[in-house]
Design a protein around this ligand. Structure first.
Ligand code: UD1
Ligand code: UDP
Length: 365
């Protein structure tokens, strides 16, 4: 029996692990277990996704919670090590680029357990982003690297990672999107928010470069105020952004803006419906740049760089940075002349998890 321990911890991990667990559970002769590190723990950042996406209940919950980078990463490592020793898996599968990803990869690697990294090779080339450090470290100690887009293959080659470890298999986050599309159509989110399809902007923000700095956050709110004169702006707030808005005393700046709807984080199906029918999406999320590409919805990414360049060359994504005027210029351009995507990025076809599981286990699904 091949033993595989999958790791998830934060919101984007749940969307990715959902497809992988589905495929693993159909593979004969494979014992697949799931560990939740507890990096994200609010009902709306965690359990909701397990319910909506039918992710199996985690076999182990490490319940680490929040902390500084060092304390959170260290605590995940401390709690994951005995789990790894007890289960003695053949593989540990980690996804994405969050602290849970690098922490569990390090533990497995040092115990001599092989590591498979799903969503390997992405690079923003911006080492001020904590995720970039997590990506570089995780890739450098992984035994099997599953890549979502051609840039990833190129980046890993440039870093001297042996070709035979790298497999271009597609995008597991898009597997989940395609599987849930019809179900999300039944969402009542528009009626609940009092908005009309194709007549609102959907927003998410949580990058430290945008929400940990009062000047940057204020400049972005200034842009949202102007956009809200044109159409409603719906902003499901990540807990980090909500906490910072309060701590920075910016609640009084945001609350009176007519047309800016600050709401709790949405579940996956409601958020998918919100994105699919938006006139434009403004975000700093990694995953949402990819989802808007498949949904063919204009996306303005409020960053100076992206680790997902295929969304710029083949998708609907544009980088705007986080200055008020730059955001507004891009907004007016896409409002008046919405970008459209030519064809979906290669292998973003709903079968990435199947390819990964076949490659990892040798079982034909
Ligand atoms: C993390 C990831 C980021 C990813 C994002 C997805 C790292 C370094 N960052 O960022 O790459 O894009 O998740 O959403 O791993 N909080 C709550 N409830 C929760 C979770 C968090 O209130 O359930 C608050 C806490 O105040 C916490 C803060 O959000 O300190 C940040 O959480 P953390 O997981 O450290 O980082 P994220 O900003 O969520
Ligand atoms: N998402 C969600 N509800 C929300 C905001 C985002 O379900 O209110 C989903 C979104 O569709 C995508 C994932 O969360 O699948 C992206 O996660 P996030 O932006 O937190 O992380 P990142 O992709 O930046 O690492």
């Amino acid at each position: 029996m091949l033993k595989i321990l999958c790791v998830c911890g934060a919101r984007p991990n749940f969307i990715k692990i959902a497809s992988i667990m589905r495929s693993l559970r159909t593979a004969n002769g494979v014992d697949a277990r799931l560990v939740h590190t507890g990096q994200h723990y609010d009902e709306r950042m965690s359990r909701l996704f397990f319910d909506e996406l039918a992710i199996p209940k985690p076999d182990v919950d490490l319940e680490v919670g929040s902390g500084t980078h060092a304390s959170q990463t260290a605590e995940i490592m401390r709690r994951f090590e005995p789990v790894c020793v007890e289960h003695r898996p053949d593989w540990v599968v980690v996804v994405g680029d969050v602290n849970s990803t690098v922490a569990c990869a390090l533990v497995a690697c040092k115990l001599g357990v092989k590591v498979a990294h799903v969503e390997a090779g992405l690079r923003s080339f911006d080492r001020t982003m904590p995720e970039e450090i997590n990506r570089v470290v995780t890739d450098s100690i992984s035994d099997r690297l599953y890549v979502t887009e051609p840039s990833g293959v190129e980046n890993l080659k440039n870093e001297g990672i042996a070709d035979e470890l790298v497999h271009f298999t597609g995008n597991v986050m898009i597997d989940t999107l395609l599987r849930c599309r019809a179900k999300a159509d039944a969402s009542q989110v528009h009626a609940q928010l009092g908005i009309k399809p194709k007549n609102y902007a959907a927003v998410t923000l949580h990058r430290p470069s945008n929400v940990d700095n009062p000047q940057a956050f204020t400049a972005i709110l200034d842009a949202f105020e102007r956009i809200a004169e044109d159409m409603p702006v719906v902003f499901p707030m990540h807990p980090r952004s909500r906490a910072n808005l309060v701590a920075m005393g910016l609640e009084g700046r945001a609350a009176p803006i007519d047309g800016l709807k600050l709401i709790e984080p949405l579940g996956y199906l409601d958020f998918l419906k919100l994105t699919a029918d938006a006139a434009v999406v403004l975000t700093d999320s990694g995953g949402i740049q990819e989802e808007t590409t498949i949904l063919n919805v204009p996306c303005l990414t409020l960053r100076d760089n992206t680790e997902r360049p295929v969304t710029l060359t083949q998708g609907t994504n544009r980088l705007t940075g986080n200055r008020t005027e730059a955001i507004l210029t891009a907004y007016h351009e896409v409002r008046d002349r919405p970008s459209t995507r030519k064809e979906a990025p290669q292998l973003w076809d709903g079968r990435a998890a199947e390819r990964i599981v076949e490659n990892l286990t040798g079982v034909h699904l």
